[in-house]
Design a protein around this ligand. Structure first.
Ligand SMILES: Nc1nc2c(c(=O)[nH]1)N[C@H]1C(S)=C(S)[C@@H](COP(=O)(O)OP(=O)(O)OC[C@H]3O[C@@H](n4cnc5c(N)ncnc54)[C@H](O)[C@@H]3O)O[C@H]1N2
Ligand code: MOO
Length: 636
């Protein structure tokens, strides 16, 4: 089979089976070899044979408490009113773990013994074997202690040693070679020129392989050259148990992975019905499984999780580890392509006793979507997506108790929220403030639907000229809501450094042919623009770029910095972050809307404290363009 531009859509389970079958046919071993390893080096390794106990533990009957060893039948008749005296020949002082002296069968705790001269006085009769650990109580010689295919934990090592082992037969660590490819790829630490990409995938994939117990290394970066790539794959197949080739998996001019695998060995699958990860290449070369992971970082990471990790576990003879799952309520609508398994990264938080999942950006190049993710939501191929509020099952990337210590903020983006998140975490490593940016109106809708603890809003109400509060009366008149001022901030036009076009304000949009970059519908900044355009009697249809929407202030700034627009409305801090100039337009309040009961919620208490702190105000001042005189004030 030669590489073709047509990548197939094989369902995941079928693809895995086809790959395993091809590997078997190509003579790939089912398992890596086994080694006898000292117990102290065996943590995390997988047993290659059962561990049988050759010794009992304890090896004899032993005292389970500090006290005296007695013969139970000699204690008959002892009661609190009729204490019994045992002469020195009738007891032996013992400590916890001592072998039981011959002729004694029970222990009385030191606290219940009174010495009267050499006699021990006891005030209750004891049954045989009281406070005695009998031989083999923990482990009996000859019993099966651990099965084959068991990943050894610290307790397993201790038990194996107690049972007489000093070494265990375990699978050697699978060896994984990672081959980065592409003319544009440069090693980490190099200066990055236009068109070059840092080899971040090798770093990640090697670490992922080590995390699941493998020995892993990255080879040199290979150029897009069939000869050299073929040599690299052959060499790696000779020294590794599994070869990962990064990128070159799709249909571009220099995408050779599928072709090379088919020429050197067998290509089982090229293209799976999964996103990210669609153009994955699965095959075998020289009796070694080879996987071509797509170059986009999220695709590479998830391809490892979906395809590579299960095969590596199988090579060790262990079950692939499964992430725990939790049922969550979806914060917003989630469309998905039918016919493809869709792996969506989500942030999680617990609101009103319910775990809530907010989808993160979907792009396969958005690595931070995985960095910020608390879970993975798999929308199976047959499902068209989910409605907002639907119950979904999420695989956890973070532990549930951490998720329960997360304040969920949904709404407009402001850097002050990021500052608050940083300072809250600095003061309490268990506390997270997670914000997702859907615009002010989106935040209020999320609060209405019980999907967040707080909504960040700077929503101008055109009829009243007031911010945020009139919307609450319109949207949720029956709810007891509190509005807390976070800051006042300057809104203005972000323009390239030095303001080369000499832009003076929004009026210029009506008079000159400027290209604008807008915010999405429902964003407070968009409402501000619309209000100002109305006031200035400028028809939005005449503003070039009005329809171009970016989701955050920083994204607007990035578009201007990249020269894709002449100006856009945003905050000073965003201009500073990208070295842009700023033409002030208005000062507006940015507020936090919460259920009134949240003012008493212990989870949010540190936030309310922070709003009052001088350190917080000082950090905000450093950003520039903010005014904190009303920070923390309750407006409603
Ligand atoms: N015509 C089509 N184009 C694309 C398709 C398709 O089906 N038809 N699939 C898209 C999908 S989906 C993905 S995923 C990518 C896969 O791309 P490749 O595996 O061919 O990789 P490249 O095109 O070489 O690179 C993609 C992207 O990844 C970056 N990259 C590559 N290596 C590394 C590395 N070691 N560290 C970090 N980043 C890396 C590379 O620079 C590119 O930005 O193809 C789509 N196109
Ligand atoms: O595999 Mo691509 O990752 O679907 O985006």
């Amino acid at each position: 089979m030669h590489s073709s531009p047509f990548i197939s859509d094989v369902p995941v389970a079928e693809a895995l089976q086809a790959w395993y079958d091809a590997c078997t046919a190509a003579g790939c071993p089912d398992r890596v070899a086994a080694d006898l390893v000292p117990l102290e080096d065996a943590a995390g390794r997988v047993t290659a044979e059962p561990v049988w106990a050759t010794r009992s533990s304890p090896v004899s009957d032993v005292a389970a408490m500090d006290g005296i060893a007695v013969l139970a039948r000699e204690t008959h008749g002892a009661t609190p009113t009729t204490p019994l005296h045992l002469g020195p020949e009738s007891y032996v002082v013992v400590d916890t773990g001592d072998p039981m002296p011959d002729g004694f069968d029970a222990v009385v705790m030191r606290e219940q013994v009174h010495y009267v001269g050499d006699d021990a006085e006891i005030r209750s009769a004891v049954p045989p074997y009281q406070h005695v650990r009998s031989i083999g109580e923990d482990i009996s010689a000859g019993e099966l202690l651990l099965p084959e295919g068991h990943r050894l934990r610290p307790v397993d090592l201790a038990a194996a040693a107690a049972a007489g082992a000093t070494r265990v037969l375990v699978r050697r660590r699978p060896r994984v070679a990672v081959i980065p490819t592409g003319d544009e790829i440069v090693p980490i630490g190099s200066p990055v020129r236009r068109g070059e990409i840092l080899d971040t995938n090798s770093l990640m994939l090697v670490a992922q392989a080590r995390e699941v117990g493998c020995e892993a290394w990255a080879t040199e970066i290979q150029p897009d050259d069939v000869e050299r790539l073929s040599t690299a794959v052959r060499e790696a197949a000779g020294s590794a148990d599994l070869v990962i080739v990064i990128a070159g998996s799709s249909a571009g001019r220099d995408d050779y992975t599928a072709r090379i695998v088919s020429e050197l060995g067998v290509l089982a699958v090229h293209g799976v019905a999964v996103r990210p990860g669609h153009p994955v290449v699965l095959g075998a070369v020289d009796a070694t499984p080879v996987v071509g992971v797509p170059g986009y970082p999220v695709s590479a990471a998830l391809t490892f999780e979906i395809f590579v990790a299960p095969l590596l576990a199988a090579l060790e003879g262990a079950a692939a580890s499964q992430r725990p799952e939790v049922t969550a309520r979806l914060a917003r609508k989630l469309p998905s392509v039918v016919g493809m398994d869709d792996w969506v990264r989500v942030r999680l938080g617990s609101v009103g006793g319910q775990v809530v999942a907010s989808p993160l950006p979907r792009g396969a190049g958005v690595l931070t979507s995985l960095v910020r993710a608390d879970g993975l939501l798999l929308v199976p191929a047959g499902v068209e997506g989910h409605h907002a509020g639907e119950q979904v099952s999420v695989r956890l990337l973070r532990r549930l108790p951490e998720i329960e210590r997360t304040i969920v903020a949904i709404g407009s983006h402001d850097l002050v929220i990021d500052v608050a998140a940083t300072m809250l975490r600095g003061a309490d490593p268990t506390l997270t403030l997670a914000s997702s940016n859907v615009g002010s109106l989106g935040g209020l809708v999320a609060l209405r639907d019980g999907l967040c603890h707080l909504a960040g809003s700077h929503l101008l109400h055109p009829a009243t000229g007031e911010y945020t509060v009139p919307y609450l009366d319109e949207m949720m008149p029956e709810r007891d809501l509190a509005v807390i001022r976070l800051v006042h901030r300057d809104q203005g036009l972000l323009v390239p450094p030095g303001n080369p076009l000499g832009i003076t304000g929004l009026a210029d949009l009506g008079e000159r042919d400027l290209s604008y970059v807008n915010r999405q519908r429902g964003a407070g900044t968009r409402m501000l623009l619309d209000q100002e355009l109305r006031r200035l009697e400028i028809d939005p249809a005449t503003v070039s770029g009005y329809a171009r929407e970016e989701p955050t202030h920083l994204a607007v700034a990035a578009a201007i910095a990249a020269g894709r627009a002449d100006c856009g409305l945003g905050i000073l801090a965003a201009a500073r972050a990208f070295g842009l100039d700023f033409v002030p337009v208005a000062e507006e309040p940015y507020d936090l809307v919460v259920e009134a009961s949240s003012l008493e919620d212990p989870l949010l208490a540190p936030l309310w404290e922070l709003l009052k702190s001088a350190d917080f105000h000082a950090e905000i001042a450093k950003l520039g363009g903010y005014n904190t005189t009303e920070t923390g004030k309750r407006l409603r």
